[in-house]
Design a protein around this ligand. Structure first.
Ligand SMILES: O=C(O)CCC(=O)C(=O)O
Length: 237
């Protein structure tokens, strides 16, 4: 699912755009159910603690075009760290740029990867995601002056509904303001090594996440470890 060229590009630049990660009936189902879940839940903090109640969104954590690309980087050591929705109405008040790293630890290889699956056409008016290629190798965070300004080396992610961007969580990136007519919606699936702490581990995940859960799902949820513990762990397992 991740060709050697794609992997090289990702490791070098810190991001990778993948087309048609969701398509056809599945894309339509996800777009429709996104709205149902968003309004059924309280429209805020729509993360794994809510999404796992819904089969469609639970199943997506194992969706091969997403998971196999994570496995291309993390092997069998992959865990889901966080999962949520973003839904921006037209004419929202988001900043045009808000540069940040999701995870500030500069390392020779990716420790975690955020995956954004877009549900709407990402045009300049809709407020595309921006990344600064190569910035995953930088130690520094954006300064107060840089934080809300376009960056001279930035790249805008053009995407159709169902396309995704995989971003090394240490890359400088930014969302943007929705100045288009329709919604700006995305699924944010954040994976990393099994020995990283998942987000919000102080709260129990919904029981539906564990119903008939496979070994793979339990590993993705950080419940089952690939080995007894991390000591002398063999990454080829
Ligand atoms: O919505 C986007 O384009 C980027 C969101 C973002 O910055 C993030 O997930 O950390």
């Amino acid at each position: 699912m991740m060709t050697p060229d794609e992997k090289e590009f990702f490791l070098e630049n810190g991001y990778l755009i993948a087309r048609n990660v969701l398509e056809g009936d599945l894309l339509k189902k996800v777009q429709d159910e996104f709205e149902v879940v968003w309004f059924a839940e309280n429209q805020l903090r729509c993360n794994q603690h809510k999404l796992f109640k819904y089969r469609t969104f639970l199943d997506l954590i194992e969706h091969p075009p997403v998971l196999e690309r994570q496995q291309a980087i993390f092997g069998n050591q992959v865990q889901l760290l966080q999962y949520d929705f973003l839904r921006q109405e037209p004419n929202d008040t988001f900043a045009l740029r808000a540069w940040h790293k999701d995870f500030s630890f500069t390392c020779g290889s990716p420790l975690s990867i955020n995956t954004i699956i877009y549900l709407d056409e990402m045009t300049p008016e809709r407020g595309r995601t921006h990344v600064v290629p190569g910035s995953h190798r930088w130690q520094n965070l954006p300064t107060a002056e840089e934080k809300n300004q376009p960056h001279k080396n930035e790249i805008a992610v053009d995407a159709a509904p169902g396309d995704a961007v995989f971003i090394n969580s240490a890359i400088w990136h930014s969302g943007s303001r929705n100045q288009a007519e329709g919604l700006r919606r995305g699924l944010y699936m954040y994976y990393g090594y099994w020995w990283l702490k998942r987000y919000e581990t102080d709260r129990k995940l919904p029981w539906q996440a564990f119903e008939n859960a496979s070994d793979l799902r339990l590993k993705l949820l950080g419940i089952r470890m690939p080995d007894r513990d991390i000591h002398m762990y063999d990454p080829s397992l």
